[in-house]
Design a protein around this ligand. Structure first.
Ligand code: DWN
Ligand code: ZN
Length: 409
């Protein structure tokens, strides 16, 4: 296996075995021809990039039935409104600025920018989520962003003062094409800004469920800086974000265009000290992941054997890895509640647990609910106060297996 960034060998540190596509919710009829691949993750010792060992073709994951709509969380809507303010403040001060979003989904980030009249374009390969962005009045184009797409955008719109993305760049195996396209499209003083799950946070909290087909890369500042340098870009700022379990937002500019802030050197020092650039930290992560699997599966089986009713909350992409890695099925988790209409009535990938609307959860409270959308914990616990008031208990597994209120015993 060769590194997608520098072509040197990568060292696998965790294999989950055969896994389905994390967002491929399916009907009974589709179960027969379900797609599986081997989910394994490795580190490139040369450039520091953590990445999948086997990749799934982009078109199998990002198509006209993409399951995830970014605007399903009120907390994320607030987060992206603040992200839009930041972009406006830092990049869009000049006359008639142009902003491009790579992977705009339903327009959660571009919407607040466009509503203040900013010239914009959202690019996304998934027609269904893009249709939602168009319905909001955004200018969109259905495409995978690449160097070639960038050339077409440049001809039509000119260069971009800001190229923005969230939870997208780490999804693209041909990341060189994305960086080359971004470099080409940026104005001389423009910024390429993106935020992605941070490998330091994933390791620290043993968030093993962040690993699935769509997440091709697990970025650190060190690995992003190496990638940027190959494309004539500097990382000029970096800022942690308290979403999706801990992300880093990276600010890139053409070489020499902006002086890096002190945060860049401080984060690089921190990464060297924490060991996220060395294989030892990942081997320990893999051992902890195995213990979480054993403890969660054991706990759920024990509760089921005692006659407790267990459901899940949030049919996340992440939950696919967790559920299949733990070998769980409908006998362990009766259903998973989720607000997304396109997931409701379908079966979860691999394990085939039915997905039901939250109203079903409220009408059939289980004894225990596994919080698969743990990154939206506050929002969900607030809206489901009735569950705990009725004696229900939440089970979480990041960073460790816990039952609340109460203990494991
Ligand atoms: O990177 C990715 C992230 C940003 O989104 C994608 N590859 C796929 C997706 O991952 P995920 O599915 O793990 O993301 P979330 O945001 O953890 O998914 C939350 C799920 O929970 C959604 O299906 C919506 C649902 N939900 C709900 O039913 N009630 C969420 C909230 C907040 C709620 O109150
Ligand atoms: Zn490499």
């Amino acid at each position: 296996m060769a590194c997608l960034v520098c072509d040197r060998p990568i060292e696998p540190f965790l294999s989950f075995g055969r896994m389905p596509l994390a967002d491929a919710f399916l009907t009974e009829a589709e179960v027969e021809r379900e797609f599986f691949f081997t989910l394994a993750v490795g580190l490139c010792d040369s450039c520091g990039m953590v990445q999948l060992c086997e990749r799934v073709p982009d078109a199998c994951m990002f198509h006209d039935r993409y399951a995830y709509y970014s605007s399903t969380s009120a907390g994320m809507q607030r987060h992206f409104a603040a992200y839009a303010d930041e972009v406006r403040r830092r990049c869009l001060a000049g006359p008639d600025p142009f902003v491009l979003e790579i992977g705009c989904n339903d327009g959660i980030l571009l919407g607040p920018l466009a509503s203040s009249g900013v010239r914009h374009l959202g690019v996304d390969p998934a027609a269904n989520v893009l249709a939602e962005a168009a319905r909001r009045g955004l200018t969109v184009r259905q495409a995978f962003f690449s160097e070639q797409t960038a050339a077409g955008i440049e001809r039509e719109h000119g260069q971009a003062d800001a190229i923005v993305a969230a939870n997208v760049i780490c999804h693209v195996a041909d990341v060189h094409s994305v960086f080359a396209g971004a470099r080409r499209l940026l104005t001389p003083s423009g910024l390429f800004v993106f935020e992605e799950p941070y490998i330091g946070a994933i390791v620290e909290s043993t968030a093993l469920d962040q690993m699935y087909d769509e997440h091709v890369f697990y970025f650190s500042l060190s690995s992003v800086r190496h990638l940027a340098e190959r494309h004539g870009l500097d990382v000029v700022d970096v800022c942690p974000q308290p979403v999706h379990g801990g992300e880093l937002r990276y600010y890139l500019a053409r070489r020499g265009a902006h002086a890096p802030t002190p945060a860049v050197a401080a984060w690089l020092d921190r990464e060297r000290a924490s060991g996220v650039t060395s294989i030892a930290a990942y081997r320990q992560f893999a051992a902890r992941a195995g213990r979480i699997r054993d403890e969660l599966a054991g706990t759920l089986r024990r509760l089921a054997s005692e006659g407790r009713r267990i459901a899940g909350y949030g049919a996340t992409a992440k939950s696919s890895t967790l559920i299949n890695y733990c070998g769980l099925g409908p006998a362990d988790i009766a259903y998973i509640a989720d607000v997304t209409p396109g997931k409701q009535g379908k079966l979860t990938p691999g394990a085939h647990i039915p997905v039901r609307p939250p109203e079903h959860f409220r009408a059939h409270y289980p004894d225990y609910a596994v919080l698969f959308a743990w990154n939206h914990e506050q929002e969900i616990l607030d809206k489901e106060r009735g569950f705990t008031a009725a004696g229900g208990r939440w089970i979480t597994y990041v960073p460790t297996v816990r039952i609340r209120p109460g203990s494991l015993t």
